[in-house]
Design a protein around this ligand. Structure first.
Ligand code: SF4
Length: 360
């Protein structure tokens, strides 16, 4: 079984209480089952008795995990409970035990083409996934920044990078879809692929490596792309607070570009801007600590479709922590997170791209 590869991680996690406060789901359901320790204990139970894989409570708990990977990133030894949950999902799917909602969603995803539709050949391709497409302001902001930078680009839409299938446990299908998706970008002769959604960035950076798929273009999160243009931003961002992305932080070694861009936008003069910044030095991080995930389930990609009630509670949890709701603006690198916060709360929220465009 795939979970067997995580035996050491599971053995370490199942008696450990250290990161239980980093389970964003556990923080709103108050279920002990939604903590790394109990998920690990349950997976350990399946390792000892394979028949428990089909237990309905086990399957429900495994698919109720938000997959933020905050626990793995902040664990002193980086024990991989997140990877064990992913492996458990894969075992569930490969044993034909996928729950109805997961199975239905996977069929829906698989019924659409994996290849993206690209507007034409170009060195720079901006890929708008479904979450980005749901935020017209994000695409308009990118276009404004590109025009200001005098950069021509092609737009890719549709398609599927396989990430949602992968996090639901459909490994082989995810690999095939990512291969087709990458081929469509290669056919457009892209040298740089810019994406707004962190999960797509992670698929292009890490899943391609894991699946042995060659992407000839350089993947860039939009924050890196904007910084590289070295634009002048005449308007400084106001009272803004940054919500870290699961994929950019916990899956990609705390990618520095979103924080550097924020530093640039917060600086009232270029002299104040620094690219040499550490988390501890940033006064505008959201929340009470820099470890918790406030993404509303970004790591699980389709969490809002599978567990909408939990996502609503996660959004309310964020809303309850906004110091001054009338003035404070939350900034996210993730279109998914903006969609969930906008849908479920009254908080003011902008993407990094929208904030940057507004400062021009
Ligand atoms: S990930 Fe680390 S801190 Fe969290 S439960 Fe496992 S061993 Fe403990």
């Amino acid at each position: 079984m795939n979970i067997d590869k995580f035996e050491e991680d599971i053995k370490k996690c199942r008696f450990c209480f250290m990161c239980r406060h980093l389970s964003a789901v556990g923080n709103v359901t108050f279920r002990e089952a939604d903590t790394p320790r109990i998920r690990s204990s349950m997976i350990w139970g399946v390792m000892l008795d394979k028949s428990k894989l089909s237990n309905a409570d086990f399957i429900d708990t495994i698919y109720s995990c938000d997959m933020s990977a905050a626990c793995r990133f902040h664990c002193v030894n980086h024990w991989d409970e997140n990877g064990a949950v992913l492996a458990a999902r894969r075992d569930i799917v490969e044993a034909g035990l996928a729950p109805k909602d997961v199975s239905k969603l996977s069929k829906k995803i698989l019924s659409s083409p994996a290849a993206a539709s690209v507007s034409g050949p170009s060195d720079i391709v901006y890929y708008a996934d479904a979450d980005t497409m749901a935020l017209p302001g994000e695409m308009e902001a990118f276009d404004k920044i590109a025009k200001k930078s005098k950069i021509k680009y092609a737009t890719a839409t549709g398609g599927d990078c396989g990430k949602a299938l992968k996090v639901m446990g459909y490994w082989q299908q995810a690999k095939e879809r990512l291969g087709e998706f990458v081929d469509s970008l290669t056919a457009a002769k892209a040298k740089t692929v810019v994406v707004s959604s962190p999960y797509v960035y992670d698929a292009l950076v890490n899943d391609t490596a894991e699946f042995g798929i060659k992407l000839s273009a350089k993947p860039m999160h939009v924050s890196e792309f904007i910084l590289a243009q070295k634009l002048k931003f005449p308007r400084a961002a106001g009272e803004v607070y940054y919500l870290e992305s699961d994929y950019l932080k916990n899956y990609n070694s705390n990618l520095k570009f979103p924080r550097q861009l924020l530093s640039r936008l917060k600086a009232s003069s270029p002299a104040e801007f620094t690219t040499d910044i550490l988390d501890e030095e940033i006064p505008y991080m959201f929340g009470t600590n820099n470890e918790e995930s406030y993404t509303c389930g970004e790591g699980a990609v389709v969490f809002a479709q599978l567990r909408p009630q939990i996502v609503k509670k996660m959004a309310k949890y964020v809303e309850a922590r906004v110091g001054n709701p009338k003035a404070d603006v939350l900034i996210t690198a993730s279109p998914y997170t903006k969609i969930q916060l906008s849908k479920n709360t009254k908080v003011k929220v902008l993407t990094l791209t929208e904030l940057a465009a507004g400062c021009l």
